[in-house]
Design a protein around this ligand. Structure first.
Ligand SMILES: *Cc1c(COP(=O)(O)O)cnc(C)c1O
Length: 379
């Protein structure tokens, strides 16, 4: 089965095979695995050991995002309280805002169109009128809409305004460029083991600025989600995890990193995903279906297509038909209007995408979906 979803992604057999061994995380043979992963991730992010650290946390992307918000942003109502501006540009930006609010952080939202990248000038204007905003929270690749937001351009206005930035790069990091040394305004960039690195799910990572971590020390309000505490554990006992990690996922992640680097790292991965997307986008147009995002703003991670207007359309039936042909896509959508979404990331190639597009055509035929124009609500 090929998973065409933006996480968990299709993995290579070598990656899955690396999980087939029982091992304990504190074993002296295993500790170097975590140390090695942290060192390599720091380098991939462009971080230097003097200014940055790469940390790992058990769990999914929401967990590492909550941990970063708690660890860098002081709670509302306390001296030195932070305030975070989160442009509302899709489902994952909304999730970041909810995580921050429920952690008792002060959130300012900003309504923006969701099908185009965030305008840095609009962010600069809000920062200029509200000096209490300490941070901007942004989603680099908005997995809800498929649009890529310009982390460097938004970072430049955040830096110019003397504020800090927290970047959800969960569906971006590893494929889209990001250099934390060139963007010193970034306090934390978050990602996971199972998206663009093509590992198994179970681990979140954050590349963090040491000064930002230190500045908010003791204020996470959660032991589980305290990145400073994780950092200190690493200093006291290199290679150690606080609490039991999914050890086999770590072993598999190291193999995934080897493959990533052998493939040519970030530029090569971006090129493959871009080729996957181009094949898919062309195919969707050829089938007479309507993409959700305009081509110019469509990122290489996930593509949404408007649900066809035909009364015979049914997302679950469509998903089941594709599954019988060897492709699994999401049976839900994250756009304001009905759509279906297809991931372009994971161990898949343009060849897989060509075959997927043929399957879409065949399944729509089977379902007797004749009217392929978008549903009226979306028009
Ligand atoms: C996948 C994803 C997450 C995290 O999702 P989990 O299900 O918690 O792993 C967060 N942000 C973005 C942009 C994502 O694509």
């Amino acid at each position: 089965m090929k998973l065409l979803i933006p996480g968990p992604v299709t993995t290579r057999a070598e990656v899955r095979a690396a999980m087939a061994e029982d091992i304990a995380p504190w074993d002296n043979d295993f500790r170097p695995v975590l140390s090695d992963i942290r060192t390599r991730l720091l380098a991939i992010a462009g971080g230097l050991p003097e200014t940055h650290t790469a940390l790992a946390l058990q769990g999914c992307g929401h967990f590492i995002t909550e941990a970063a918000l708690r660890s860098f942003l002081a709670p509302a109502g306390e001296p030195g309280a932070g305030r975070i501006l989160i442009p509302a540009i899709g489902a994952y930006a909304d999730r970041m805002a909810r995580l921050a609010r429920e952690a008792g952080r002060d959130v300012v939202s900003m309504d923006l169109p969701d099908q185009i990248p965030v305008d840095p000038a609009a962010v600069a204007a809000v920062l200029a009128t509200d000096p209490a905003i300490s941070h901007v929270g942004m989603v680099y690749s908005e997995t809800g809409t498929g649009v890529i937001h310009d982390a460097a351009a938004i970072g430049a206005v955040v830096r110019a305004a003397g504020r800090r930035m927290i970047v959800d790069a969960v569906s971006a990091f590893g494929a889209l460029p990001l250099d934390v040394s060139a963007q010193p305004e970034i306090d934390a960039v978050m990602f996971t083991s199972n998206k663009c690195f093509e590992g198994l799910p179970g681990l979140g990572f954050a590349v963090c600025r040491l000064d930002g971590l230190e500045a908010n020390k003791g204020r996470a309000g959660s032991w589980s989600f305290d990145l400073q505490s994780i950092y200190e554990m690493g200093l006291r006992s290199p290679g150690s995890f606080r609490f039991t990690p999914p050890v086999q996922v770590l072993s598999a992640f190291r193999v995934a990193l080897d493959i990533y680097q052998a493939e040519g790292g970030q530029p090569a991965r971006l090129a493959r995903y871009r080729a996957n997307l181009d094949t898919l986008y062309d195919g969707i147009l050829r089938l007479g279906l309507s993409p959700y995002a305009p081509r110019a703003h469509q990122g290489p991670v996930v593509m949404n297509t408007h649900a066809p207007a035909d009364p015979a359309w049914n997302l679950q039936t469509f998903v089941d038909g594709l599954k019988r042909r060897g492709f699994l896509i999401s049976n839900f959508f994250n756009t304001p209007t009905p759509s279906f979404r297809v991931g372009c990331i994971g161990a898949i190639t343009p060849e897989d995408m060509r075959s997927f597009v043929d399957s879409v055509d065949a399944v729509l035929g089977e379902m007797q979906v004749r009217n392929r124009s978008p549903q009226p609500a979306a028009a």
